[in-house]
Design a protein around this ligand. Structure first.
Ligand SMILES: [Zn+2]
Length: 109
């Protein structure tokens, strides 16, 4: 008896081996496996990759904000927020235009 069970094994929109790279200079910034669904509409992550994400403390109007920059080319990537929902307790809120998804890791590690 043939059972037509519909299991869509390919339904992994962004495989966890992929990385997000800087759209300006191409260095890897975030791992796809560390993406976090923040429901804000911004791509969000809970950890960055390697040393390519620079954190820059902004003190504006008495409020501290942490700006995220590409360490290689200086492109503004987004901001870092405290977020108790993530495994790391912080959330990287990223501008969609500043990162590009690469399906498989091109890191020479
Ligand atoms: Zn860059």
């Amino acid at each position: 008896m043939f059972e037509n069970r519909k299991i869509d094994w390919n339904r992994q929109p962004e495989a966890e081996e992929g990385v997000y790279t800087c759209t300006q200079c191409g260095v890897p910034l975030f791992e796809a496996g560390k993406k976090f669904d923040s429901k804000t509409g911004f791509p969000s992550f809970w950890a960055h990759l390697g040393e390519n994400v620079q954190q820059h403390l902004l003190q504006t109007y008495g409020r501290d904000r942490i700006q995220l920059l590409c360490h290689h080319c200086g492109q503004h990537l987004g901001h870092l927020f405290q977020d108790e929902r993530t495994p790391s307790g912080v959330r990287y809120c990223i501008n969609a235009e500043s990162v590009a998804y690469q399906p498989s890791s091109k890191l020479d590690s």
